[in-house]
Write a protein that binds this ligand. Structure first.
Ligand SMILES: Nc1ncnc2c1ncn2[C@@H]1O[C@H](COP(=O)(O)OP(=O)(O)OP(=O)(O)O)[C@@H](O)[C@H]1O
Ligand SMILES: [Mg+2]
Length: 240
């Protein structure tokens, strides 16, 4: 069975400020689950709390076993996170960035992963010797996702991978995310393109002011009047 994530009564914040209030979340193995919500709702905070970048209270189970809140433990258990903003090594080449992403996997396996990632992202293959900092915004996002995949994750958490990209590039990137899911990786996707995210996800959560206010099958949320009124434009049903 593919890797599942279960979050119960998660609370987290920054210093004395609590951002997340008793968040429950279930990410079934092999599926794509999306989290949407307005700016400042706590979506990035939720991903940070799951991966242990910030302290948390509550329970996080990965493949049925508790996940300690240390980023190093998270990586060795098979979780990878692509944070908001790309955090690449700008002065290193595409290839060097990818190799760094695979530092924990064995050398032969790293070579195999590299082939797969370059297959998945032909743009990265074309530009493998280019300095990461000189790549376009969309190419850098692809590199960030590709680098996370180099670690052979079972669960990939993506924080707004399409931020700032032109629609065509957004579609290209999201198509790759779907393919990653189809190849058996569990995906938790925070996405600002609500209609697109709901169209590709199995289940979805709406986060507002640090709490889950709606959840369900992505298809049914896409048809929900309430969600439509808050998050989707009138022509959202036309997007697929
Ligand atoms: N490092 C930090 N220190 C203090 N407060 C923070 C920090 N990061 C985020 N916050 C606050 O936590 C709240 C939730 O922020 P978060 O970044 O999780 O929202 P978000 O849902 O990801 O928003 P966006 O869609 O704009 O990315 C906000 O009020 C934000 O100002
Ligand atoms: Mg965010």
């Amino acid at each position: 069975m593919s890797a599942s994530l279960l979050v119960r009564k998660l609370c987290a914040g920054y210093g004395p400020m609590r951002v997340l209030h008793d968040v429950d979340l279930e990410v079934p193995g092999g599926e794509l689950t999306t989290i949407v919500g307005p700016n400042g709702a706590g979506k990035s905070t939720l991903l940070r709390a799951i991966s242990g970048i910030i302290p948390r209270a509550g329970e996080v189970l990965f493949e049925g076993a508790p996940l300690p809140d240390r980023p190093s433990a998270i990586v060795s258990r098979g979780l990878a996170q692509v944070p908001e903003g790309r955090q690449l090594f700008a002065q290193m080449t595409v290839l060097e960035n990818l190799e760094l992403g695979g530092y924990l996997v064995s050398r032969p396996e790293r070579a195999e992963r590299l082939t797969r990632v370059l297959n998945l992202f032909p743009r990265l293959a074309e530009r493998r010797r280019q300095l990461a900092g000189t790549m376009s915004g969309g190419e850098q996002q692809m590199l960030a996702v590709g680098r996370a995949l180099m670690g052979k994750p079972k669960l990939l958490m993506l924080d707004e991978p399409s931020l700032g990209l032109a629609p065509k590039m957004v579609d290209e990137l999201l198509a790759i995310v779907r393919r990653i899911r189809d190849e058996g990786v569990t995906v938790l996707l925070v996405e600002q393109n609500v209609a697109k995210a709901l169209a590709m996800a199995q289940s979805a959560y709406v986060l507002e002011r640090g709490a889950v206010v709606m959840k369900g099958a992505a298809r049914s949320l896409l048809g929900s009047e309430e969600l439509r009124a808050s998050y989707l434009g009138t022509d959202a049903r036309l997007e697929h």
